[in-house]
Design a protein around this ligand. Structure first.
Ligand code: ADQ
Length: 463
């Protein structure tokens, strides 16, 4: 089997709070030879071209430092103030500064330069996410002909949103430098095809679409998942039990509704709080019988839009508290902090309702983790946004439109009061879906489709 080289913006951290994805890809990597490559998390005084390698948990990890200004343009700038909001259809939240693009491409070129001395002819290269769209182009320019696959963890934008991204023609051509482009959901493949159809219609109408050819690149959905059986075990582990018991005591017989998200405007947090407010408003009998816990550790907090969403959430939580709290009952607990996976698993298991209500989301792994952590004899209910990739997998969740607070509040009410038989039937189906789409199957099917090494491109393809 050929070696596997994984490239992502960040290298896997050493902390035990590392996400499920890092754990899964580490497992995939440890089953084959190879290494992981990315930004070290540290800053350099001047641009670096040489990677440093170290062994972490038996895995080879290569990294480069970036200068502060390159990192600013590439990460907070082009990646997270243009690509992230536009791909999530939030054009109103984009902040377009034209010089960022140069920094974005520059860092991709730097990654290519630092990576190449460590590549072997047969290596299979797997590049992750929107930070690194141009990487294959940069590698091919430097005469790398290995198989290179790309996986986009976030949704693919609609034609209008794509058209609003500066240099989107280059980015589309960059995607075509890969042998395989993996997207999360059929929705995303449809969006990609819609863009192609849109360009053809421009041509048919006598306009000038930009020249674009998918060539030999395969574009396909590979929905990501978690490891639901590992979460099932983790949820009854001593550390999970500790959290479970502590919070169970605090709940004192009340039904707990739980949200766990990075603090991001794509996750629909103010809308979720508003729907919960409706639930309390419309169902006076539930007021002292429920409690919502929202866990949302801050992320990307140097970016203005993230400070704004943080303030909005503070306001929404304050409003519901002021409106419904009593001296001996609070409607909501809001915690702005990250937890170890075992503690989360304990909370997931205790929660009668899992609230996964993003406005738009590539997949949403919290939905998978919630399902995996349930007690089969007394499972909770998943309330899930139609706009999460997970909605294509979890047909037996209560699917909602997060912009519709009446519908979402009604789903919350149904979930809290759902009879055991229906909960069991729904959960059985959800768990089967989570197993079928587990993260090992995801990685295997992507790598199978990418093929097992060898050259794929003739020299003339390397544009
Ligand atoms: P994210 O937007 O980060 O990922 P998500 O899929 O929900 O969203 O993954 C979040 C991960 O972080 C989960 O594993 C969760 O357990 C963890 N996490 C969240 N809150 C936490 C907390 N308070 N403490 C500790 N851990 C916490 C992007 C895309 C998604 C896509 C994933 C994977 O936006 O759509 O599903 O990548 O492809």
């Amino acid at each position: 089997m050929s070696r596997l080289v994984i490239v992502s913006n960040r290298i896997p951290g050493k902390s035990p709070a590392a996400g499920g994805l890092a754990v899964a890809l580490k497992k995939t990597l440890s089953a084959r030879d190879g290494f992981w490559f990315g930004w070290s998390g540290a800053f350099a005084e001047s641009p670096e071209k040489k990677a440093r390698f170290e062994t972490v948990d038996g895995l080879q990890i290569g990294a480069i430092d970036l200068t502060r200004s390159d990192h600013q343009s590439y990460y907070a700038g082009f990646s997270n103030s243009i690509l992230w909001p536009a791909f999530h259809l939030r054009l109103d939240l984009t902040d377009i500064q034209s010089h960022w693009y140069e920094g974005y491409r520059g860092v991709n070129a730097q990654f290519a330069d630092a990576l190449i001395p460590h590549l072997k002819r047969d290596d299979v290269i797997w590049v992750h996410d929107y930070h690194l769209i141009p990487l294959a182009t940069e590698l091919r320019r430097r005469n790398i002909r290995n198989r290179i696959g790309f996986y986009l963890h976030i949704p693919f934008p609609t034609p209008d949103a794509l058209n609003a991204i500066p240099h989107h023609e280059d980015l589309l051509n960059d995607l075509m430098a890969y042998d395989l482009v993996g997207l999360q959901a059929q929705r995303d493949v449809a969006a990609f095809n819609e863009f192609i159809a849109h360009e053809e219609m421009v041509r048919a109408g006598g306009g000038t679409p930009f020249h674009f050819d998918t060539g030999s690149t395969i574009i396909k959905a590979f929905p990501i998942g978690s490891d639901p059986d590992a979460f099932a075990k983790l949820a009854v582990s001593p550390n999970a039990q500790k959290m479970y018991k502590k919070v169970e005591r605090a709940m004192n017989g009340r039904s707990m509704l739980l949200g766990v998200d990075r603090l991001d405007y794509s996750k629909g947090l103010p809308q979720r709080i508003q729907s919960y407010e409706k639930l309390l408003e419309n169902n006076a009998n539930l007021r002292r019988a429920v409690h919502m816990i929202q866990i949302a550790p801050p992320s990307r907090d140097t970016i203005k839009e993230y400070q704004i969403i943080s303030d909005e959430l503070d306001t929404a939580v304050g409003r519901v508290t002021g409106r419904f709290a009593e001296p001996d009952w609070l409607p909501i607990t809001y915690v702005k902090r990250a937890y170890a996976q075992a503690s989360l698993a304990g909370l997931y298991r205790l929660a009668k309702v899992g609230l996964v209500t993003p406005l738009r989301d590539g997949m949403n792994l919290v939905a998978h983790e919630y399902v995996g952590s349930q007690d089969p004899e007394d499972p909770g209910v998943l309330v899930l946004s139609r706009f999460a990739g997970a909605a294509e997998i979890f047909h037996d969740a209560l699917l909602i439109n997060p912009f519709d607070s009446d519908e979402t509040a009604e789903a919350m009410r149904r979930a809290v009061t759902m009879p055991l038989d229906e909960r069991k039937a729904r959960w059985t189906s959800l768990m089967a879906a989570a197993r079928e789409h587990n993260v090992d199957n995801w990685a295997d099917s992507f790598l199978d489709a990418l093929g097992d090494g060898g050259e794929t491109r003739s020299t003339s393809d390397n544009g």
